[in-house]
Ligand binder design. Structure first.
Ligand SMILES: N[C@H](CCC[C@H](N)C(=O)O)C(=O)O
Length: 277
């Protein structure tokens, strides 16, 4: 079957986006892995599927698969591209788009200059709901990894994140600690691991070793989790400029447990394609 797709990215975090409103295609875990391969397939960090909503109050269902084939709960950079995609494909004419995800909802607002603002919902800090193994919620936790103990924050933005504060992201042990912490037993569903350098209370630098994809050029939920972690530690203001290898996101969080994290950033469409599946 010939399937239409669009290749997009959010700050270099790249996606294959497929309209399953006007097309009907099944993606097995193995098929996702093959399509994600940057030599044998199309190549992407995540596959994003646009589906009709199960809940009639929503505009779309938003499904996300990592390059390793695993289906996950959220993708922030993907949410911005999702909004741009459904508008460009005339699947909606709305400027405010409500989507349901695997375990939550997000509100996507089209701004000008290809900028999209996403209400990412409130962060989840209760260990059992992240999930993270700990007796009680805390701004930081000590985790034994390899032959050392690291201090990290544990936050869910729908998907699990561990966030470490480092002196300099350029020399941070992303390649060594990322692969050890992503599958760590303290994170029963694995985790995305962020390495954050605090430049000032309103600016950070961030690298993320993503669950199921490895280090990416940007991670939207990772940027949200990093700002939440920094605020819990008393290091950051309400609105923060997050500098990722692929570019800049603006993240805001008032700090209340029910306050949503707001993310604003760019989207880009690279090419349209068709592939036999
Ligand atoms: N690797 C993530 C999903 C993609 C998140 C990231 N690309 C973003 O922009 O939030 C996970 O397994 O939870």
């Amino acid at each position: 079957m010939l399937v239409r797709f669009t290749k997009m990215h959010g700050l270099g975090n790249d996606f294959m986006v497929v309209d399953l409103v006007t097309q009907r295609v099944r993606f097995s875990e193995d098929k996702v892995k093959k399509l994600a391969d940057r030599h044998l397939g199309i190549g992407f960090d995540q596959l994003l599927l646009v589906e009709p909503p199960a809940n009639p109050d929503m505009d779309f269902r938003y499904r996300i698969f990592n390059a390793d084939g695993s289906e996950v709960e959220h993708c922030g950079n993907g949410a911005r591209c999702f909004a741009r995609f459904v508008r460009d494909k005339r699947l909606t004419t709305k400027d405010e788009i409500h989507v349901e995800t695997a375990n939550g909802q997000a509100v996507l607002r089209i701004r000008d200059h290809q900028q999209v603002e996403v209400n990412m919902g409130a962060p989840e800090l209760q260990p059992a709901n992240i999930p993270f193994q700990a007796e009680q919620a805390s701004p930081t936790y000590e985790v034994e990894v390899g032959n050392e103990s690291v201090t990290l924050s544990a936050v869910s933005m729908g998907n699990p994140h561990g966030v470490l504060v480092v002196d300099n992201v350029d020399s941070a042990p992303v390649e060594t600690l990322g692969p050890l912490l992503e599958p760590h037993s303290r994170f029963p569903a694995k985790a995305n691991i962020g390495f954050m350098q605090v430049v000032s209370p309103s600016e950070v630098r961030l690298r993320v070793y993503e669950r199921g994809a490895g280090e990416t050029m940007a991670c939207g939920t990772g940027a949200c989790a990093a700002v939440v972690a920094g605020r819990l530690r008393g290091l950051l203001d309400e609105t923060v400029r997050v500098n990722l290898p692929g570019g800049v996101l603006k993240i805001s969080w008032k700090g209340g447990e029910n306050d949503p994290v707001m993310m604003t950033g760019p989207t880009a469409t690279v090419f349209e394609g068709q592939i036999y599946l």
